[in-house]
Ligand binder design. Structure first.
Ligand SMILES: [Zn+2]
Length: 347
């Protein structure tokens, strides 16, 4: 099928799909995990007990408030503490994707949790119509972000129309963690090395891309010295769909300087650079230093689509601290993935 045909058919199909999947909200169940658990008349221990629930009993959930869940009793509703219940999700499609990076909630009370498991707390009940950006995936869970909420939605609740499935399947992506071994790269405000930040990002990115179905190769698989020449030939000899060189910046004499920038060499890679740059800025809120055409060796001699990203200034003490956190690294990685996703979708 030609690209043009695909572009016309996908939106029509997506629209049709969404129409089909609007279903009435179905209450989820709270399964009790404790014996003699007090059912109270309100969401707090200060409310009187109306009776007790026991391990294995199951109740429909009416609502939630803070750490308390309102459950349906025979003729009334009562409240139990969230920490003593497991919430069973309905397997019906309460959410569906509208495109590869966004999920739209179609039913009220869709649970968002603070971790990728039903053991994690529900931090939010999403209402129908709300959209979230998919920032990552862990096992059976999508990590979502938007509307002031960051959390996880159970993947089985999201049914993806085949024609809009993420474009990472069977893509070969070479990640090049800058420097390594005796070449430590730039040195941070506290003395940390660029090579270690680059490797952290590379590993996180590799993990996320593999979950999306990509074939991911590291041009430097561990903390060792690898010449630029071997990194380039590594990428050139493979059927590489994207080569991403990861670096961090430093200007010790100007410690206030911050920001992220992306470099490309061949004109045809400008789009790749621009998608990644804008999505990383969106995900991190970092200072946008834009994209630049430059002749760094790893991108200049690369015959495959290649970019080099400078993901922040470790000479800035505050940024150096932030860059060492997994939370911030995940933001960077989700930005790179969203950028790649757009590139693969529109290339
Ligand atoms: Zn570097």
């Amino acid at each position: 099928m030609s690209k043009l045909h695909k572009m016309i058919i996908i939106p029509i199909f997506a629209l049709f799909f969404i129409q089909l999947n609007i279903q009435p909200a179905i209450a989820d169940d709270a399964k009790i995990n404790a014996d003699d658990l007090n059912i109270r008349s309100g969401p707090g221990t200060e409310f009187e007990s109306m009776g007790q629930a026991n391990t294995g009993e199951s109740y429909s959930i009416v609502s939630q408030e803070g750490d308390w869940v309102e459950i349906q009793l025979e003729n009334d509703t009562g409240w139990v503490a969230l920490e003593f219940v497991t919430i069973d999700m309905e397997s019906d499609d309460t959410v569906e994707t509208s495109n590869q990076n966004t999920v739209t909630i179609s039913n009220d009370h869709t649970q968002i949790r603070n971790g990728p498991s039903t053991d994690n707390d529900i931090i939010h009940f999403a209402e129908a119509g709300i959209q979230y950006e998919v920032t990552g995936e862990t096992d059976d869970w999508y990590e979502v972000s938007g509307n002031g909420v960051e959390g996880y939605i159970y993947k089985n609740l999201i049914k993806q129309p085949e024609s809009t499935a993420p474009g990472f399947k069977d893509k070969t992506i070479v990640i090049d963690p800058g420097h390594g071994g005796r070449d430590v790269g730039a040195i941070g405000a506290s003395g940390a090395f660029e090579k270690d930040f680059a490797f952290l990002t590379a590993q996180e990115l590799k993990q996320e891309l593999e979950i999306l179905g990509a074939n991911v190769q590291l041009a430097r698989p561990e903390d060792e010295f690898v010449s630029l020449g071997s990194r380039i030939s590594f990428s050139n000899t493979m059927n590489t769909d994207a080569f991403i060189s990861i670096h961090y910046n430093s200007v010790p004499e100007l410690p206030d300087v911050t920001g992220i920038e992306t470099y490309y060499y061949q004109e045809q890679n400008e789009k790749l650079a621009s998608y990644i740059q804008s999505e990383v800025i969106k995900a991190t809120d970092a200072n946008d230093r834009g994209i630049t055409n430059d002749n760094y060796l790893v991108i200049m001699q690369n015959v495959q689509p290649a970019v080099l990203i400078e993901l922040g200034f470790i000479s800035n003490e505050e940024k150096e601290d932030l860059l060492g956190t997994i939370g911030y690294q995940k933001k960077i990685v989700s930005g790179i993935i969203n950028g790649l996703g757009k590139y693969f979708a529109y290339e």
